[in-house]
Design a binder for this molecule. Structure first.
Ligand code: AMP
Length: 428
């Protein structure tokens, strides 16, 4: 057992000695299932968290999206249900992520007798009640709807021994702090509770939850908080606002695979999707103005290749786990640098190569700067980006026109020399 807070860090996943799931104390039936699914080598977060999870310890996993987080908590939960008849509650920020996590539990756990209920907002109560009546071993849900069911006394959490808070930073960003507190309080009664908290970033208020509600958690960090996968190539184009759509179409012509486009607003997403359809692309949109059915249909269609382009807003994008997304386009820069990390984590999943292209206007240099500060990504300057207007110079600089489609490319650990040469655009 873990007697005090410890920290394990693995800055570079590639340096980990190759281990196998079969080296961990995983139930042979689960191992067989993982083998069938062609999962033999644990990802770094799995390697470090599964043993702790199986031992019953609390942990905080700081991991970027697409690192295999779901099985990192999923395998211990399934094993504890099989061996110790425990019950688990998984709280996460969005409906999409809930369905995604449920899919993983179905894939690995269904044939092992694991039952789940998905309790998400925007869906009818009837089927959720029916699922609750079947006494699920795992409840997966969004904070608001879980509270609804608690208040209506449809569910009780006192028998629940394992609590997962997935994408905790995002839940707090979305204003779910009161609901999370209520859930944590509700579960305080279960003395031997095990809490597994996952987050891509580690703001102070999450550290505070950990101190108050967790038992000397082990902190596992497979990559620095806010880091982006090494295998994602990141580029940025500076254009005028009215040139963005033209650039997007140009990028779609240059790439052949599936593309996920991020819009800042739902109206923007609608507009982009319409424009792309008019230009002959197969595109679907996913944002909060769409019903749950429409969102599922869009996501399933994107996964199946029916739509080449999926246009999403940040909140709706959580849980989009589609392997093989070739390109992420940030049509608008995200509101927060943390969102940038989440967005581009949709490409380059599980070790594959990925590409992320951001489109910005010249007055957004400060946003790029904040992203770089969080991701600790050094910028490599290509072309004549040094002539780009500084952030303080405001909008519509005449040089913008000359630099239409000029791109700056940044990769981790490179470009220090260029930064000096390029005069660090953005007035840093
Ligand atoms: P997650 O971070 O849980 O959303 O997982 C990201 C992707 O990695 C999903 O498509 C998983 O199916 C895949 N994945 C998870 N664990 C492994 C593993 N050990 N080996 C290969 N792929 C994995």
């Amino acid at each position: 057992m873990i007697s005090q807070t410890e920290t394990k860090k693995e800055e570079n996943a590639v340096n980990l000695p190759e281990a196998k799931f079969s080296d961990m104390k995983i139930n042979p039936k689960i191992l067989k299932k993982l083998e069938e699914l062609k999962f033999t080598v644990p990802t770094p977060i799995q390697l470090q968290t599964i043993p702790v999870g199986l031992e019953g310890g609390d942990l905080i996993g700081i991991a970027q999206t697409g690192t295999g987080k779901t099985l990192a908590f999923g395998i211990p939960i399934i094993q504890k249900i099989m061996d110790e008849k425990q019950l688990a509650l998984i709280v996460l920020p969005t409906r999409e992520l809930a369905l995604q996590v449920d899919e993983v539990f179905q894939k690995v756990g269904r044939s092992l007798g694991i039952t789940t209920a998905v309790l998400i907002g925007g869906a009818a109560f009837g089927p959720q009640m029916a699922a609750i009546r079947r006494h699920p071993q795992v409840i997966i849900g969004t904070p608001g709807r879980i509270i609804d069911h608690l208040e209506k006394r449809h569910i009780k959490l006192h028998a629940c021994r394992i609590l997962v808070l997935d994408e905790a930073d995002r839940m707090l960003d979305m204003g779910f702090a009161p609901q999370i507190k209520e859930i944590l309080k509700e579960m305080e009664a279960s003395k031997d509770r095990q809490t597994l908290l996952f987050s891509a970033t580690m703001p102070d208020y999450i550290a505070a939850i950990a101190t108050k509600y967790m038992k000397t958690p082990l902190r596992v960090e497979v990559a620095r908080a806010g880091s982006v996968a090494e295998n994602i190539e990141q580029e940025i184009y500076f254009v005028k606002k009215d040139q963005k759509l033209r650039l997007l179409e140009k990028l779609l012509q240059e790439h052949t695979g599936s593309v996920l486009v991020f819009s800042r607003t739902k109206y923007g997403a609608q507009k982009i999707c319409k424009e792309l359809e008019m230009s002959g692309y197969t595109a679907a949109e996913i944002h909060s103005n769409r019903s749950l059915m429409q969102r599922r249909q869009a996501l399933d269609g994107f996964k199946a290749g029916k739509y080449r382009v999926l246009v999403a807003t940040d909140i709706a994008s959580r849980g989009i786990d589609v392997t093989g997304i070739q390109l992420i386009v940030n049509f608008d820069l995200p509101e927060s640098p943390e969102d940038y990390v989440h967005r581009i984590g949709r490409t380059g999943r599980a070790g594959q190569k990925g590409r992320a292209i951001s489109i910005a206007t010249s007055d957004q240099q400060h946003k790029i700067y904040r992203i770089e500060m969080l991701t600790k990504t050094k910028m490599k300057v290509f072309g004549e980006a040094k002539d780009l207007p500084r952030a303080s110079q405001g909008r519509s600089h005449p040089s913008e026109q000359r630099h239409f489609f000029k791109k700056r490319q940044f990769r981790r650990g490179s470009g220090g020399a260029n930064r000096g040469r390029g005069g660090a655009p953005g007035g840093r």
